[in-house]
Design a protein around this ligand. Structure first.
Ligand code: UD1
Ligand code: UDP
Length: 367
C-alpha cells in the first residue's frame, strides 16, 4: 500500500501531524506532497520544525493567488506527481483549496481519497471552505468524520454509510501530544512569560475571508474588541494572520489598533507557543475553525466572531458562543463566558483519531 499525504496550510500541517507520527512507525510506503499554499516561515516551516515532521518529498511552490489561479496551478502540479507516484490512497485534511485540488486530481485518476475531518457543514455557501468541504466529501472513498453530527450531515447528503467512519478529530491528538511538550520547553515558557508579562489576557485570532476582506465587518469587529478592552480592562494578545494584516493596512485600521496599549499585536507564532497562549488565556476570541476546537478541548471559554459554525458541537456543550460582528452580542458573551463553569465534555474524541484512521486504511487496502 502506498499513501500520498497532500497538505498546504498551517492547520493541515498541525492536524495531519498525528497521522504522520503514526505512519513513521509503520512499514507503509508514504510521502508528503506540500502545495505550499502557506509559505511564510511562521505559517509553514515553523510547524515542520516544532512538530518534528519529515521534509515533504514534493514542494509544489504554489503560494497565494485568486481561487481559480491557486487551485488551477495546484491541479496541474499535483496531477504530475500522482501520475508518477501512483499511490493507492491520497489523504487530505479539512477544507482549503489544497484539499479540493488534491481530492479532485486523485478522484479523476481513480485514486481513492481519504478525507480527514469529513462532514463538517456551516451551511453557508458564501464561505469558500464550505464549497471545498462539500465537493471533497462527495468524491472521497473514506470519510473520516470527527463526530456523529458530521456523519449525519454526510448521510443527509446521500453519501453511503459504509464509506463513513466516526473517528474523532486529530486536533485532540495534536493538542494533547504537544501541550505536554510545550509546557516542558524552556524556550516556549520564556516566550510565554515575556509576551504575557504573567498578567491576565484574552487571546484573539482573526482571518476568515468573509470577516477580514469585508471592510465594514472588519471595522465592526475591531470596534467591538476595543470596546471589550475599555469595559473589561483586559490585555488582548493578537497573533495576526498575514491576510488580516494586509487587510487592516488596506482599510487604515492597523494604526488604530496599534495605538491601543492594551492590544499586543504579534506575528503568527509556532504551535507550541500558541497552545501555551490558549491554555492560559481567560477567554479566546476567534473566527478560526481549529481554534474553536482547541479552546473546547483545553476548557477555555470561546467566543466566535462569526454568524455560524461548522463546529456546532462546541456551542452545544456550552464552550462557545457565536456573536458575528455584533458589538452588543460580543460584550454580552464576554460577561457570560467570564463566569462560565468549565465543566463541558470535549466532543471531538479521545486523542486516538490518527491511530484509528491508519488502522482503517491499512485494514481496507490490504484486503
Ligand atoms: C487559507 C484557507 C482557510 C484556512 C486558512 C488557515 C482557502 C480558501 N483558505 O486561508 O480555509 O482557514 O488558510 O490559515 O484555502 N499569506 C502570506 N503568507 C502565507 C500565506 C498567506 O503572506 O504563508 C497572505 C497572502 O497575502 C495571501 C493571503 O495571506 O494572499 C491569503 O492566503 P490564502 O492561502 O489564499 O488564504 P488564507 O486566508 O491563508
Ligand atoms: N495557530 C498557531 N499559531 C498562531 C495561530 C494559530 O499555531 O499564531 C494554530 C492553532 O493552534 C490551530 C491552527 O493554527 O491549530 C488554526 O489555524 P487557522 O486558524 O489558521 O485555520 P483554521 O483552523 O481556521 O482553518
Amino acid at each position: 500500500m502506498k499513501l500520498s499525504i497532500i497538505l498546504g496550510t498551517r492547520p493541515e500541517i498541525i492536524k495531519l501531524s498525528p497521522i504522520i507520527r503514526i505512519l513513521e512507525k509503520t512499514n507503509i510506503d508514504w510521502h508528503i506532497i506540500h502545495t505550499n499554499q502557506h509559505y511564510s516561515e511562521n505559517m509553514d516551516k515553523i510547524f515542520f520544525e516544532e512538530l518534528n515532521l519529515p521534509k515533504p518529498k514534493y514542494n509544489l511552490n504554489i503560494g497565494s493567488g485568486t481561487h481559480g489561479e491557486q487551485t488551477g496551478k495546484m491541479l496541474i502540479k499535483i496531477e504530475k506527481v500522482l501520475l508518477k507516484e501512483k499511490p493507492n490512497v491520497v489523504i487530505v485534511q479539512g477544507d482549503t483549496n489544497t484539499v479540493l485540488a488534491g481530492a479532485l486530481v486523485a478522484s479523476k485518476l481513480k485514486i481513492e481519497v481519504a478525507h480527514v475531518e469529513a462532514g463538517l457543514r456551516s451551511f453557508d455557501k458564501n464561505m469558500p471552505e464550505e464549497i471545498n468541504r462539500v465537493l471533497t466529501d462527495h468524491i472521497s472513498s473514506y470519510l473520516f468524520a470527527p463526530t456523529e453530527k458530521a456523519k449525519d450531515n454526510l448521510l443527509n447528503e446521500g453519501i453511503e454509510e459504509n464509506k463513513i467512519f466516526v473517528v474523532g478529530n486529530t486536533i485532540v491528538d495534536a493538542t494533547l501530544q504537544n501541550l505536554k511538550i510545550a509546557e516542558k520547553n524552556t524556550f516556549v515558557r520564556e516566550f510565554f512569560e515575556n509576551i504575557t508579562n504573567m498578567e491576565d489576557y484574552f487571546l484573539l485570532t482573526l482571518h476568515r475571508a468573509e470577516n477580514v476582506d469585508n471592510e465594514e465587518r472588519l471595522k465592526n469587529i475591531i470596534d467591538g474588541i476595543i470596546k471589550v478592552i475599555d469595559i473589561f480592562d483586559k490585555t488582548i494578545i493578537f497573533p495576526i494572520h498575514p491576510r488580516t494584516k494586509k487587510r487592516l493596512e488596506e482599510f487604515n485600521l492597523l494604526e488604530k489598533l496599534k495605538s491601543n496599549k492594551k492590544i499586543k499585536i504579534i506575528e503568527p507564532v509556532g504551535y507550541l507557543e500558541f497552545l501555551m497562549l490558549e491554555k492560559n488565556a481567560e477567554l479566546i476570541l476567534t473566527d478560526s475553525g481549529g481554534v474553536q476546537e482547541e479552546a473546547c478541548i483545553l476548557k477555555i471559554p470561546c467566543i466566535t466572531l462569526r454568524d455560524n459554525t461548522e463546529r456546532p458541537e462546541t456551542v452545544e456543550v456550552g464552550a462557545n458562543i457565536l456573536v458575528g460582528d455584533n458589538k452588543e452580542k460580543l460584550i454580552n458573551a464576554v460577561e457570560i463566558m467570564l463566569n462560565k463553569e468549565r465543566d463541558w465534555e470535549n466532543p471531538f474524541g479521545d486523542g486516538k483519531s490518527g491511530e484509528r484512521i491508519i488502522k482503517i486504511l491499512h485494514g481496507n487496502i490490504e484486503r
